[in-house]
Design a binder for this molecule. Structure first.
Ligand SMILES: Cc1cc2nc3c(=O)[nH]c(=O)nc-3n(C[C@H](O)[C@H](O)[C@H](O)COP(=O)(O)O)c2cc1C
Length: 194
């Protein structure tokens, strides 16, 4: 079947193989917290950033910033900054909200959902590239937000939401199915339990 979708301009799919489809990636994604020393290539990093910014955002404001950390010294500072990110990985991507690009007033907090969509895209992309990753929450834990802002020298309107540790998994990553029918509500159907 011919796909009705074209690859966007500026994205070269042929640079590196796509290893699995989205369904497989969603079912295989797990948090990986132990990594080998092997580096993540520039090509893979570029792909992950493309995946991230392909995510949806409220009114397409794209209120995200991505800080790519390969430098060992900064990487270690992040690890020392809190219990949330103790995992040694060759690469970290910090996803932060830029509240100057966020929606106004009561809608401002939507940046968290926008950045979360970008993070999940990165995690699925990581899985598809046979890498591993862990989402480590920062915001709303104020002390960790301040520590990351200080390490990266960020102004207060850039709020780090998560550190994503990325690398080649040490050991096997075991997929598992978390489907639970108790969390599913077929609204308006006969015998529906709500
Ligand atoms: C918002 C958020 C924050 C998280 N923070 C951490 C964290 O600080 N440290 C950590 O090791 N894992 C963290 N995780 C990963 C979860 O522990 C993990 O997703 C969960 O246990 C389910 O396991 P799985 O990802 O392998 O399916 C976080 C996940 C989310 C979505």
């Amino acid at each position: 079947m011919i796909s009705p979708f074209f690859m966007p301009k500026g994205y070269n799919k042929s640079k590196g193989a796509i290893h699995m489809d989205v369904e497989e990636a969603m079912l295989k994604r797990r948090s990986v917290r132990q990594f080998t020393e092997e580096k993540v290539t520039e090509q893979q990093i570029d792909k992950l950033l493309h995946y991230a910014m392909s995510g949806p955002s409220g009114l397409n404001r794209q209120p995200w910033e991505f800080y790519v950390i390969k430098n060992e010294e900064i990487n270690n500072k992040i690890i020392d900054a809190g219990r949330f990110s103790k995992h040694h990985s060759p690469l970290k991507i910090i996803v932060a909200g830029n509240t100057h690009r966020a929606l106004p007033l009561k809608m401002k907090q939507i940046w968290i959902q926008d950045c979360s969509a970008a993070i999940e895209n990165i995690l699925l992309g990581v899985t598809s590239l046979s890498l591993g990753a862990c989402w480590e929450g920062v915001y709303p834990q104020e002390k960790f937000v301040l520590r990351i802002q200080s390490i990266l020298n960020l102004p207060s309107h850039i709020i780090p939401l998560a550190v994503i540790s990325i690398g080649h998994p040490k050991g096997e990553v075991i997929p598992r199915d978390q489907y639970n029918s108790r969390y599913v509500h077929f609204v308006g159907e006969e015998n529906a339990i709500i």
